[in-house]
Write a protein that binds this ligand. Structure first.
Ligand code: AMP
Ligand code: ZN
Length: 488
């Protein structure tokens, strides 16, 4: 299996330290508001990774953090604490706020068929570990104290910037304008490991430096090490984490442990809305609830996401979601057609000169699907195999079985969706027969014969029967729910 490593900027063969326990860490949500659909795209990517690794036969030990301590409003260390702000607005304690939004987050994961990582680690339950971590960094000379906190001295870590390939000289010279000037910092890009809390700060803990709270990068370094040890196989997050959060995580972890701590860095690209950034001011930070309110199932959004590769930007529009909803409905309908058909052996072989030529078509679909998912999670290519199979030849139960067997990777509830399609079909047929309730038996029988003739492609016979029905004073109109008969 190949995965793209952000650190090397290349696709690499994936070799875990131990296939029986692939160690994965994913940066999780900050729980001071509802997660938006952009966040959810990143977790759908994380879920696809889990599902593909499992299909490849690996066992996973996967940790995701929940940032429930609140961190500051900007990526840098300035600004107001987001959790406190939300708490003040709702007149609840930050703990209540965090609990409420964490529950909402996990409900969204469930609705999107995103499997929960094996271990969920809450930052507030790891404060002692973080304090120890900061102490050790200070002992090793990487941390220094100022009047408002403990900072990491990036000049002591020459490799700072290696993930984003930012130049250390520029960072040291203050080339970035994202950090408001803090006179006591040794370098502009030095970041807080621990912050001293002003009295009014509600979430604070005792530490060797007085009451305070952790900087927002330290939790990931501490908790990933606590559960997974010194070397992780895979670390995931969104691309926005590359230049600051993950750079800082690398600095902290490698400074403390003294060597590489992550083998493969994977980052999911952003979801755009109407071609631009999601923002509160534009009113387009949609949530899973917004989708449901507007009549979409969360799985229609999952389907939409699966059709874009995780390393490409994906543009969300309501029209695109509508198209995804229609396509998923069609997919379930086609599955039903195959499910209701008999099993027929497919003996055709793939023609031509390609990778799968001369192979039995079903074997080729299987191979192509496996190839796609193992090539840096090419789920869009895998989806095209699904459609190729569904549209192949005449309805065949074997095709239903094949496509349903892929759902461990896709997570689209294919069996349940087929049952829903069956219910819908039955309802439509009942409605159609209600419409024809007052039509004489003889006419209904003729109509059935006409349908049978059409099915067997005896169109001449079908037309003759229609004329016979007309002679008897009735008119047949074909609708998607079947023929509707009216008296002329
Ligand atoms: P946060 O709760 O803000 O830490 O974000 C949770 C996850 O969502 C992080 O991995 C972010 O990188 C990711 N994320 C934030 N905005 C977007 C977006 N528009 N599209 C995709 N992922 C995003
Ligand atoms: Zn993190």
């Amino acid at each position: 299996m190949k995965i793209y490593n952000t650190l090397s900027r290349r696709k690499e063969e994936f070799k875990p330290q131990d296939p029986d326990e692939v160690k994965i860490y994913s940066c999780g949500p900050t729980v001071y508001s509802f997660a938006h659909i952009g966040n959810m795209r990143t977790y759908i990517f994380m879920d696809s990774l889990r599902r593909v690794l499992k299909r490849e036969g690996f066992h996973l030990k996967h940790v995701m953090n929940v940032t429930d301590v609140g961190h500051l409003t900007s990526d840098a260390d300035e600004g107001e604490d987001k959790m406190e702000k939300a708490a003040r607005k709702a007149q609840k304690s930050p703990w209540e706020i965090a609990d409420f939004y964490a529950k909402a987050f996990f409900r969204d994961l469930e609705r999107l068929n995103i499997d929960r990582p094996e271990i969920i680690a809450k930052a507030t339950e790891h404060i002692d570990g973080m304090i120890e971590y900061v102490e050790q960094l200070c002992e090793k000379g990487y941390g220094y104290e100022t009047s408002d906190g403990i900072y990491f001295d990036i000049s002591k870590f020459p490799e700072y910037g290696k993930l984003s390939r930012a130049k250390l000289d520029e960072q040291l010279a203050g080339g970035s304008d994202r950090v408001a000037v803090n006179d006591e910092k040794r370098n502009p890009a030095d970041f807080a490991l621990w912050k001293k809390a002003p009295k009014e700060h509600i979430m604070q803990w005792p530490s060797p430096w007085g009451m305070g709270y952790p900087g927002w990068h330290i939790e990931c370094s501490e908790m990933s090490r606590e559960y997974l040890g010194d070397l992780l196989d895979i670390h995931t997050g969104g691309v926005d984490h590359i230049p600051i959060h993950h750079e800082n995580e690398i600095a902290q972890s490698e400074a403390l442990i003294g060597k590489k701590t992550v083998n493969y860095w994977m980052h999911g690209e952003f979801l755009l809305v109407d071609g631009g950034k999601m923002s509160k001011s534009l009113g387009n930070t949609y949530t899973v609830d917004t989708l449901i309110e507007r009549g979409f199932s969360p799985l229609a959004f999952r389907y939409f996401c699966l059709n874009g590769h995780y390393r490409n930007k994906l543009n969300f529009t309501w029209e695109a979601l509508e198209a995804a909803k229609t396509a998923l409905g069609r997919l379930y309908d086609l599955l039903l057609t195959h499910k209701e058909a008999p099993y027929v052996e497919i003996t055709d072989v793939v023609p031509g000169e390609g990778r799968y030529s001369d192979m039995n078509v079903m074997d080729a679909w299987q191979k192509e699907f496996e190839y796609a998912i193992s090539d840096d999670l090419n789920i869009p290519l895998a989806m095209s195999v699904v459609w190729k199979a569904l549209r192949y030849g005449t309805p065949n139960r074997k095709i239903y079985d094949f496509v349903v067997s892929l759902d461990d990777v896709l997570g689209l509830d294919l069996e349940k969706g087929t049952l829903m399609a069956a219910e819908k079909k039955q309802k439509e047929q009942e409605q159609a027969s209600e419409v024809n309730a007052d039509i004489p038996e003889e006419i209904l029988k003729l109509s059935e014969e006409r349908m049978a003739a059409k099915k067997e492609k005896r169109y001449g016979d079908a037309d003759a029967i229609r004329s016979r029905i007309a002679e008897l004073g009735y008119k047949v109109t074909d609708t998607k729910n079947g023929p509707v008969i009216t008296k002329e």
